[in-house]
Write a protein that binds this ligand. Structure first.
Ligand code: ZN
Ligand code: ZN
Length: 375
């Protein structure tokens, strides 16, 4: 089923480090690639180093004024030319997005990595590609947000649009993919789907079923929130209820996925209780759907993941093992047991999922069904 697979990795990714104390640490990406190597998975892929995106490429999703401001803030010698007001307005007045030396170049290199992944799949040089450093889905057109300076995944999607693609972008990070959604909210040729912990409890506070796209793009934005304590069964039931039917209805020419692994029980930033056992399932389904609908074209990125050593390397190795069709090599890194909450929490999780899925189904005017395993 698989053709050539590309894995984008280079030490240059290590430069996207916003501070020593920051929860988003590039070492997560390095450790993931090390485990991918250790498991022997890298032999089934071509490893390519990232390039740095040009300002013109960044302008596919960001205003030139914002790019210029980030470049100025990145340079200690030029930083003071930016007023406090402009700095705050661009999202750099919060602890989430501190000003870091070189952040413009470092983030442009993550964007370059996602563009290379998209280019390889578009030209047919590869059938599937993975940029584990990518997935910075909160960055907005004129504003950094949620650890993200430039939205690499949105820029890759925007570039694919210029090549004539109809793009489906599925985001399974525990946080709502708000930046990506906002950038394509009025584009009927881009479907964004986000499954995430409910915005009632978690940053960025958006991603409800009534956010369905604007104007001609109505129906091309889909959000299914999950309750705190959701574990593997409801996570996968939610995925199955939404992702395959909406992709089949939309019929994309390419699938782009944001594979944040902060849905894990051990992740310190959120309250979802997934295990790494969801990854073989999610990876296999993305892979199958890409072959079913897009002649195999699948571009995957990383995303969130703050249990840096405990979870991220295993989650992304499991995803990558599905991409190269060697799940057997990664089986040993699956959590042995799901992290199931008590009966009351279980009942609450299913009840809210049922309700939210029904609302989503009504908003999109597409029948969506929850296939709940027997309890
Ligand atoms: Zn394949
Ligand atoms: Zn996240």
């Amino acid at each position: 089923m698989s053709g050539d697979v590309r894995l984008v990795w280079g030490e240059a990714f290590m430069a996207y480090r916003l501070s020593e104390e920051h929860p988003l640490q590039p070492i997560r990406v390095k450790l993931a690639v090390e485990l991918i190597r250790e498991l022997g998975l890298v032999e089934f892929a071509e490893l390519v180093p990232p390039r740095t995106a040009t300002d013109q490429e960044l302008a596919l999703c960001h205003s030139p004024r914002y790019v210029e401001l980030v470049a100025a803030l990145s340079d200690p010698a030029r930083r003071s030319v930016v007023s406090w007001e402009d700095r705050a307005e661009a999202g750099f007045a919060s602890a989430d997005n501190p000003v870091a030396d070189g952040m413009h170049e470092a983030c442009a290199t993550i964007v370059g990595g996602s563009l290379m992944a998209a280019e390889a799949v578009h030209t047919g040089a590869a059938l599937h590609s993975f940029n584990p450093a990518g997935g910075l889905h909160h960055a907005m057109r004129d504003r950094a947000s949620g650890f993200c300076v430039y939205n690499d995944i949105a820029i890759a999607v925007a570039w694919l649009r210029t090549q004539g693609h109809r793009v489906a972008c599925v985001d399974v990070d525990v946080h709502h993919g708000d930046g990506t959604q906002a950038l394509f909210y009025s584009d009927p040729e881009v479907l964004t789907i986000s499954l995430h912990e409910s915005g009632r409890y978690l940053f960025p506070g958006t991603g409800f079923p009534d956010e369905v796209g604007a104007g001609a793009a109505r129906g091309t934005s889909a959000n299914l929130p999950l309750q705190p304590y959701s574990w593997d069964e409801p996570l996968l039931a939610a995925f199955e209820a939404v992702v395959p039917p909406l992709l089949r209805e939309f019929r994309p020419t390419i699938l782009v996925t944001q594979d944040g692994c902060d849905t894990h029980f051990l992740d310190p930033l959120a309250h979802i209780q997934g295990s790494t056992a969801i990854w073989p399932h999610i990876g296999r389904r993305f892979h199958e759907l890409a072959h079913e609908l897009c002649e195999g074209r699948w571009v995957a990125t990383g995303g969130g993941g703050y249990a840096i050593r405990e979870v991220v390397p295993r989650a992304w190795s499991l995803l990558f093992a599905e991409m190269v069709e060697r799940p057997d090599l990664a089986r040993g890194v699956i959590d042995p047991e799901p992290f199931t909450p008590g009966p009351e929490a279980q009942a609450r999780v299913w009840a809210f999922l049922d309700r939210d899925l029904q609302q989503l189904s009504q908003e999109l005017e597409v029948p969506l069904h929850l296939d709940r395993p027997d309890s």
